[in-house]
Design a protein around this ligand. Sequence first.
Ligand code: ADP
Ligand code: MG
Length: 346
Amino acid sequence: MKRVAIICGGRSSEHEISCISAGGVIAAIDRSKYLPLIIGITKSGRWVHLEEDFPLRIVDGVLPVIPENSPAIVADISGFTFNGSPIEIDIVFPLLHGPYGEDGTIQGMLEMADIDYVGSGVLASAVAMDKSFAKPIFASYGIKVADGFTITAQEWNDAPDSITKQASLLSYPVFTKPARGGSSRGTNKVKSEQQLTGAINEALTFDSKVMIENAVVGAEIECAVLEIDGKPQASIVGKISIDPKFEFYDFQAKYLDGATTIELPAPIPADVAKAIQEQAVAAFKALDCRGLARVDFFLTSNNEIILNELNTMPGFTETSVFPKMWAASGVSYTEVINHLLKSATL
Ligand SMILES: Nc1ncnc2c1ncn2[C@@H]1O[C@H](COP(=O)(O)OP(=O)(O)O)[C@@H](O)[C@H]1O
Ligand SMILES: [Mg+2]
C-alpha cells in the first residue's frame, strides 16, 4: 500500500478548480493500492491538513475553498510533519493549476525533499507555464504556433508607440494575453488599434509579460497525452464546441454551465486527427514532460494544425476534458490515476 498525498487548492486563481480535481481523484483512486491523504494549500499559501471527508466539491452552488483556519502541515526538505510527527508519504500528486503549482515551484521543492511526484519536472512545468518560452521551443521542433511577439511591462511603458506599430503589422484582430496565465484570464480579442492599450493593460494585471498574437481562425482541438508504462500516448482528439454567443474560449465559456461541450472524437478527417496526436506527443517530448499533458491546438479550415498551448496539470475533475478524452479512448478515470501514480515512481 502506497501513501499518496494529494495537494490541492493553492495560491493561483484556479484554487477552486484544483479542489474539485482533488475531490475527483480521492473518490476514484484505487484503494487496493493507494491510501490517499489530502494536503490543502490555502489562498494565502498556508499548507494545511484536511480530513478525508472534507467536501472538495460544489455544495449548494458554492465552490470548495481550503479553509484558512485548518491545522497546519509543515512541509520542508525533510518531508511533511503534522502536529510535530512526520507523515509518511510515498508519492505526491500535486493537483495544482497555474502559478505556484503548475510552474515548477512545488516540483522543485519535492525534488529537494526527494519525494516522488506525479507529472512534469521543474523545467517542463516552468516552460509550459510561460508561453513566451514554450512557443519558440515548439517552433524549433517544427510545430506551428501563432505569429506574434512578447512585451514586458517595462517595454510597454517605455515605447508604447512602437509596440502599437508592431501589433498593427500582425493585422487586427489580435489576441493579447498574459505569458503566464490560465483559464483565459486577462486574455482579449482585440479588434482594432483603439482597443489595444486597454487589452495590454488588462493582461499586465496578470503578468508582467504579455503576448500579442495573430488571431487564428479555427476550431479548438485538444489531445490528452498520458505516460503509460514509460511511453507517452495520445488520446483520441476532441473538439471544443463553444456557444456561439462567446467570441472565443474565454473564462465564462470555460466555466459557465453548458456553455461548452467537447465532441469526442472530433469530427475531422482521420489523417488530420492522427497528425494532431503525433504533434501532441512531439510537443510533450519537446518540453520533456512527464506523466500527463493536455495539448491544445487550433485547426484551420484548410486543416492547418497550430499548437496553442500545453498544460502540464490540466483540469482533472472526472468531467474535465483530460479524463473525458481518456475515457473516450477506453481508459477510465481510475486507470488514468493508476498510470499517473505508476509513472511517478518510474
Ligand atoms: N492566437 C490566438 N488566436 C485565436 N484565439 C486565441 C489565440 N490565443 C488565445 N486564443 C483564445 O483564448 C483562449 C485562451 O488562451 P490560451 O492561450 O489558451 O490561455 P489559457 O492558458 O488562459 O487557457 C484560447 O482557448 C482561444 O479561445
Ligand atoms: Mg488554453
